[in-house]
Design a protein around this ligand. Structure first.
Ligand code: ASP
Ligand code: MG
Length: 412
C-alpha cells in the first residue's frame, strides 16, 4: 500500500471537535487506499504551558527532565486521535517516539533525528492497522532518555517519517491555507502560491516565515519529500494548499517569489578597528562563542590601517554582543574606538530562484525603496535572495512597495 504522512499542528487538534474534523480527513485518505501515518502536535498553547511549568519549577532546569515534561502534550493528542479514529471504525493505534523508535541525538531540547527504523510500524500495517498516529516533536536518545526536537519540531518529525517510509506525500495541516507571497497582514495583495521550490521555502523559513520549521524543509530537500502545506479548515481538494517541491521551469520565470521580513534586527558598528589579518576572526569568534547569531557583515574601506566593521544580529542579542566585544577589547584581542548599536532597524528580503537567470532584480529593489525615500543601511545577497536593513518604521511601506514592484499580486 502507498504510504501518506499527514501532520496536524496545534490549532488543528486544539479541541476534541477539531480532532474529529482532522480524523475525518484521515478517513478520506484511508478510503483512497493509503496506509496513513499521522503526526500530531500538542493542542495549541499546551507546549507553552508545559515550558512555563518547567521554568517555574526549576529556572536552570535539567534538559532531560524538560524533555520529559514538554514532550507530554503530544502523547495526549496521539492517544485522542487514535481513539477518535477507532470510534469511526478505522483501525488505528498511537505510538510515542520511543515506541517506533525515533532515534535521536542526545542534544536535549534540540535533538536531531538520526534514524527511524520502519519495521515496527510496517509490521502493524501488515496486520491490518490502517493508521499509525505518532506523537510528533519527540524521540529517544542513545541513553534511552526522551528527547524533543526544538520548537516547531513536529514538522521535522513528519518529513522524517515521509523519508523513512518513502511516502507518496507529506501533508502539513496548519492554520493558514498555504505559503503566501508575503504576510497577508502587511499587504492585502498577498497571494497564495500553488508551488514553491525547496530552496525558496528554505530561505523564506529562515528569514522568518513561520509556516514550517526550517529543519523540516532542509530534510525534505535532501530526501526529495513532496511536501504540501494546507489548512485543515478548508474543504479538501487537490488544488488546496502550496506544494513545496523541486524547482520547475515555470518558477524561474518569476524573478521574485516572495517578500520576507524580520522586524527585530539590530545594526552594530565597530568604529575604527585595526585593519590587519585575523581581525574578522578576532571579532566574530567571541560573538559566536557568546551565542550571537550574526547575519549580515560589511567591512568598510580602510584608511590609514583602520576600518569600520558593521554586522547585524537579532535585537535581543545586542547586550550579549556588546558584552563579548567589550571583553575582547579589555583582553587586548581587538581594539576599537566605539561600538554603536542601532536597534531600530528591520530586515526586508526578496527571494526567488528566478534571480539566478534574470538580471536587474537588485537594481529594481533599490530603486523601489529609494522612490519611497527609504534609506538602505546594509545589503546582503545570496544566489536567490537580496536582503536590506532599513529603519523599522518603513517596514510595512517597504514590504508593500516591493510586493507591488515585483507584481506579486499576479503570482500563482
Ligand atoms: N508542540 C511543539 C511546539 O509547540 C512542537 C510542534 O508543535 O511542532 O513547539
Ligand atoms: Mg508549527
Amino acid at each position: 500500500m502507498p504510504v501518506l504522512v499527514m501532520k496536524f499542528g496545534g490549532t488543528s487538534v486544539a479541541t476534541l471537535d477539531r480532532i474529529k474534523r482532522a480524523a475525518k480527513r484521515v478517513g478520506l485518505e484511508v478510503a483512497k487506499g493509503y496506509d496513513v501515518i499521522v503526526i500530531v502536535s500538542a493542542m495549541s498553547g499546551k507546549t507553552n504551558e508545559l515550558v512555563g511549568w518547567v521554568n517555574e519549577t526549576s529556572p536552570l532546569y535539567d534538559a532531560r527532565e524538560y524533555d520529559a515534561v514538554v514532550s507530554s502534550g503530544e502523547n495526549v493528542t496521539a492517544g485522542l486521535m487514535a481513539l477518535t479514529l477507532q470510534e469511526m471504525g478505522v483501525p488505528a493505534r498511537s505510538w510515542q517516539g520511543w515506541q517506533v523508535p525515533v532515534k535521536t541525538t542526545d542534544a536535549h531540547a534540540n535533538a536531531r533525528i538520526e534514524e527511524i527504523p520502519p519495521e515496527n510500524i510496517t509490521a502493524k500495517f501488515g496486520e491490518g492497522m490502517k493508521v499509525a498516529v505518532v506523537a510528533g516533536f519527540q524521540g529517544i536518545s542513545p541513553e534511552g532518555r526522551i528527547t524533543t526536537l526544538g520548537r516547531g519540531g513536529s514538522d521535522t518529525t513528519a518529513v522524517a517519517f515521509a523519508a523513512a517510509f518513502e511516502a507518496e506525500r507529506c501533508d502539513i495541516y496548519t492554520d493558514v491555507d498555504g505559503v503566501y507571497t508575503t504576510d497577508p497582514r502587511i499587504s492585502s495583495k498577498a497571494r497564495k502560491l500553488h508551488k514553491i521550490s525547496f530552496e525558496e521555502m528554505l530561505e523564506l523559513a529562515s528569514l522568518g516565515a513561520k509556516v514550517l520549521q526550517t529543519r523540516s524543509v532542509e530534510l525534505a530537500m535532501r530526501y526529495k519529500v513532496k511536501l504540501r502545506v494546507l489548512s485543515s479548515f478548508e474543504e479538501p481538494s487537490d488544488e488546496a494548499g502550496t506544494l513545496v517541491c523541486d524547482e520547475e521551469e515555470s518558477m524561474e520565470n518569476r524573478p521574485v517569489s516572495g517578500i520576507a521580513y524580520s522586524r527585530d534586527e539590530a545594526k552594530m558598528t565597530l568604529i575604527s578597528v585595526a585593519d590587519r589579518p585575523g581581525i574578522a576572526a578576532a571579532i566574530f569568534g567571541p560573538l559566536s562563542d557568546a551565542g550571537v547569531n550574526v547575519d549580515m557583515i560589511i567591512q568598510n574601506i580602510s584608511e590609514e590601517g583602520r576600518t569600520d566593521m558593521t554586522f547585524s544580529c537579532p535585537t535581543d542579542q545586542v547586550l550579549r554582543a556588546q558584552k563579548a566585544l567589550n571583553e575582547a577589547k579589555a583582553n587586548g584581542d581587538i581594539n576599537f574606538h566605539d561600538l554603536v548599536a542601532d536597534t531600530d532597524v528591520c530586515k526586508v528580503s526578496a527571494v526567488g530562484i528566478g534571480m539566478r537567470s534574470q538580471s536587474g532584480v537588485a537594481a529594481k529593489m533599490f530603486k523601489t525603496l529609494s522612490d519611497e525615500g527609504i534609506n538602505i543601511k546594509v545589503i546582503a545577497t545570496s544566489e536567490i535572495k537580496i536582503s536590506v536593513l532599513i529603519d523599522r518604521k518603513y517596514l510595512e511601506l517597504a514590504v508593500q512597495s516591493l510586493h507591488d514592484a515585483f507584481e506579486l499580486e499576479k503570482a500563482t
